[in-house]
Design a protein around this ligand. Structure first.
Ligand SMILES: CC(C)(COP(=O)(O)OP(=O)(O)OC[C@H]1O[C@@H](n2cnc3c(N)ncnc32)[C@H](O)[C@@H]1OP(=O)(O)O)[C@@H](O)C(=O)NCCC(=O)NCCS
Length: 167
């Protein structure tokens, strides 16, 4: 059997510069598909990207040592919410889409999430048909719609709420 041509692993401090680059690319290339903005994050110090590795588990997928995709995970806090994890920041560089790399990232996140939470939630902008289809294929179910969840440059965006139960 041939070896997979990409490697998924948890990102750490030495990956901060590469993470910052791909995160800013995601916000610049897909400004309507994320809750944050390029304008905000490009003005943040490099240290703020390192801090995310403390607050979240961030996975990266590498092809020949180049970071081609990212996804983040954190568990909610509080005595009644800590069984829920949140998936955020999913992005795959255009040239790596449709290759299975995105699925490998989410599978790594799910495996790690199983040890800490019972379900994983995410939100996706309703008009992002490709991402919705992708998450459905990864066994996430749509369970709600937040109308006008985001407002950017005067335009409103609805968000679909999705969940995958792990047990
Ligand atoms: C969302 C993303 C991570 C998915 O990765 P990907 O490699 O593109 O995903 P895949 O190719 O494995 O799966 C996409 C699915 O959508 C389908 N698809 C492609 N274009 C589509 C479209 N315009 N409408 C509906 N479905 C579409 C594909 O056929 C595939 O479904 P299938 O497996 O049933 O054939 C990637 O597209 C991406 O980074 N997009 C930009 C950032 C983004 O939207 N992030 C999500 C924020 S919530």
């Amino acid at each position: 059997m041939s070896e997979p041509c990409f490697i998924v692993r948890r990102l750490g401090n030495p990956d901060a510069d590469a993470f910052r680059l791909i995160r800013l690319e995601s916000l610049q290339q897909n400004p309507n598909d994320f809750g944050s903005t390029f304008e905000k994050e490009s003005n943040e110090p490099s240290a703020s990207f390192v801090e995310r590795f403390d607050r979240s588990t961030v996975f990266g997928c590498f092809v020949r040592e180049r970071l081609m995709g990212i996804v983040g995970f954190f568990p909610l806090e509080g005595p009644k919410r800590s069984h829920i994890g949140v998936l955020w920041g999913m992005y795959v560089r255009p040239e790596a889409r449709g290759t299975g790399l995105a699925a490998a990232l989410v599978e790594s996140l799910i495996e790690a999430g199983r040890e800490r939470v019972e379900q994983i939630q995410l939100t996706v902008v309703a008009s992002n048909a490709r991402a919705r289809r992708f998450y459905q294929r990864m066994n996430f179910s749509e369970y709600g719609l937040e109308k006008k969840a985001l407002k950017y440059n005067g335009a409103y965006f609805d968000e679909v709420l999705m969940v995958r139960f792990l047990n």
